[in-house]
Write a protein that binds this ligand. Structure first.
Ligand SMILES: [Fe+2]
Length: 287
């Protein structure tokens, strides 16, 4: 673990390791402002550990405060709704993002002009114990490291074509399943996990196609083996949200999704996306 002196010598912090990856910084004095932590140090930690939980700090009351906090990290992605996505279940959602369903693994920005380097999530209200709704993160560099050569060769032959239309975009993205991290070149996985088709209640399926494989059996094996590896406990961190948590993640390496939650549970998250410096133009965007 590499934690710089500014954080290690901070007597007001308790640092713990998350399993299977990630770090947590707990404020000893609850209510301490997040802004007291040097962003340079935090950014280095997220780049190294891919996920950073900031717990027991003063809550960011308004969404504008989260946006302002994101701006300390870098250029914040602008959307038609502004910079802060309010993730709350809607009564009749037009898209699964606003439902209580499982959210398949994906990477943020896959349908946008730029891929954000970081995501900053804030838990405004926990879904409550036993209600599910964990945000799931998979360390794809670790997945590739531990994959057997034949499986890795299969993944490396596949290219995904993803089309998705929702309120905020109508785009196509084409990406090899195995590609290189845009900054340091470590192999990473870019994959949007398919969901069951007919007869389910998943709202607004994206349209997915995979090429480069010889036959249907290989395609089935691609999805089976990717799912098994991405959700393996040695690579998957599922964050159970507590009110007030802030989680910062590295979106160039991780894929993320959501466990289903009890319909009507009071789960409320906010999210901002922070672009890299320079911003990463989406290499897969076809439109
Ligand atoms: Fe996402």
């Amino acid at each position: 673990m590499n934690v710089d002196d500014a954080l290690l010598s901070d007597q007001g912090l308790r640092i713990t390791i998350l399993e299977p990856f990630g770090l947590a910084l707990h404020a000893v004095d609850p209510g301490r402002p997040l802004t007291e932590l040097p962003v340079e140090s935090l950014r280095a930690l997220v780049r190294e550990h891919c996920l950073l939980l900031l717990r027991d700090f003063a809550s960011l009351a308004e969404s504008a405060e989260l946006s302002a906090y994101g701006e300390r990290w870098g250029e914040v992605s602008a959307w038609p709704f502004g910079t802060v996505l309010e993730l709350v279940q809607q009564p009749e959602p037009a898209d699964h993002i606003f439902d209580h369903s499982h959210m398949p693994m994906h990477w943020d920005g896959m349908y946008r002009e730029h891929i954000p380097e970081f995501q900053i999530f804030q838990c405004v209200h926990t879904p409550g114990q036993g209600n599910g709704g964990e945000t799931t993160f998979s360390d794809t560099a670790g997945v590739l490291d531990e994959a057997d050569p034949a499986t890795r060769a299969l993944w490396s032959r596949a290219t995904g074509t993803y089309r998705r239309k929702m309120e905020y975009y109508d785009s196509t993205c084409v990406s090899p399943v195995v590609t290189a991290h845009p900054v340091h070149g470590t192999p990473v996985i870019r994959y949007n996990e398919p969901t069951a088709e007919a007869g389910d209640t998943f709202v607004n399926h994206p349209d997915l196609e995979f090429s480069g494989l010889a036959h249907e059996l290989e395609l089935a094996e691609l999805h089976r083996s990717l799912r098994a590896a991405l959700y393996d406990p040695s690579h998957l961190y599922a964050h159970a949200w507590r009110t007030g948590d802030v989680v910062v993640t590295e979106n160039y390496t991780l894929l993320h999704g959501r466990n289903a939650f009890t319909s009507g549970a009071p789960r409320h998250l906010r999210r901002v996306q922070v672009l890299g410096d320079p911003p990463l133009a989406n290499p897969g965007l076809v439109r």
